[in-house]
Design a protein around this ligand. Structure first.
Ligand SMILES: [Zn+2]
Ligand SMILES: [Zn+2]
Length: 317
């Protein structure tokens, strides 16, 4: 099966297209990439467990919130428990499987603190109880423990045939579901994440992106424009051919990489139990990269039960 370095000069467009479609990122986003779903999960990690509290905190329409909670229960990420009998009222709690999204949630938090626009819904500070320090969640390599940035990883592509077939099956359903603005509940939507990933894999031109993403050119043009406006992409004239535009990552979209790698890993290990078609290797230690989110103060892996959060919403101007 074809394998190649994703950072080589000209991307293999067919391989990149199949790798994107069969990536655990794509499949994970199909189930959790809907508008509000991640926001509901993040609320749960900050201690929200009642319907009205989510509604007050996030301003989600009631039917939407009800359907997102139902979906999260069906996925096994949350469970219901009655906290009042008459009238019967249900609370929603994270399951052990739901808790495993915590590294991803911490990466979302880091990104939103730095680049997002909806800070009031996020905790102001995180305290790591075992060491007693306020901390920044830090992405490290499970194998060697080093801190890792986007340039420390080598990405290799290997199409996952089973997930590719599954992607073809669900394409029509996904197209219907994503007709409204799908998002991770925050500023970045599902398509933005797929486009950022395609750029990371070396697709810098409109025709390349069109080939690997398989969406209509008018839709792609609209999405690229809105990403440029949102500061997620830089559009520059090509130095070799000024008629062509080169799309590049910006500091904020480059910073999404922790978020992408943690979510892809969760989807591969906990949701699909399938290897992703996009495989990062940590260049320094040579091992397959498995993310570990650590405390910036003591270096230990961060678990949800070890973290105390300061209430949010007080620091808004
Ligand atoms: Zn390593
Ligand atoms: Zn610590």
């Amino acid at each position: 099966m074809a394998t190649r370095s994703a950072l080589s000069f000209a991307p293999d467009l067919d391989l990149t297209r199949d790798a994107l479609a069969s990536s655990t990122l794509n499949h994970g986003l199909m189930v959790l990439g809907e508008r509000w779903t991640m926001a509901v999960m993040m609320g749960a990690f900050t201690g929200v467990n009642r319907f009205d509290d989510w509604q007050n905190r996030l301003g989600i329409p009631r039917p939407t919130l009800a359907s997102r909670l139902k979906a999260l229960v069906a996925l096994g990420l949350m469970r219901q428990r009655a906290y009042q009998e008459r009238p019967r009222r249900m609370a929603y709690h994270l399951t052990a499987a739901g808790m495993k999204l915590y590294p991803h949630v911490l990466m979302v938090w880091v990104w939103e603190r730095r680049w997002g626009s909806r800070r009031s819904q996020l905790p102001d500070t995180l305290l790591h109880k075992p060491c007693g320090h306020h901390f920044q969640p830090t992405l490290t390599c499970t194998a060697c423990g080093d801190k890792v940035g986007i340039h420390d990883l080598q990405l290799t592509l290997k199409t996952n045939r089973r997930l590719l077939a599954l992607a073809a099956q669900s394409r029509r359903a996904a197209r219907l579901a994503s007709s409204s603005a799908a998002s991770m509940g925050l500023r970045v939507d599902r398509w933005s994440l797929m486009i950022v990933t395609a750029v990371v894999l070396g697709c810098h031109y409109f025709d390349q992106l069109l080939h690997v993403l398989g969406i209509a050119s008018s839709v792609l043009a609209r999405r690229l424009n809105s990403m440029v406006e949102a500061g997620l992409l830089l559009a520059q004239p090509d130095t070799h051919d000024a008629r062509r535009t080169v799309y590049r990552l910006t500091p904020s979209s480059r910073d999404l990489f922790g978020y992408l790698v943690c979510f892809s890993t969760w989807a591969a290990r906990e949701y699909l139990q399938e290897p992703s078609s996009i495989r990062p290797v940590h260049k320094t230690c040579g091992q397959a990269f498995i993310p570990r989110v650590a405390c910036s103060a003591c270096g230990e892996a961060v678990h949800p039960w070890d973290v105390a959060i300061a209430p949010s919403g007080h620091s808004n101007p």
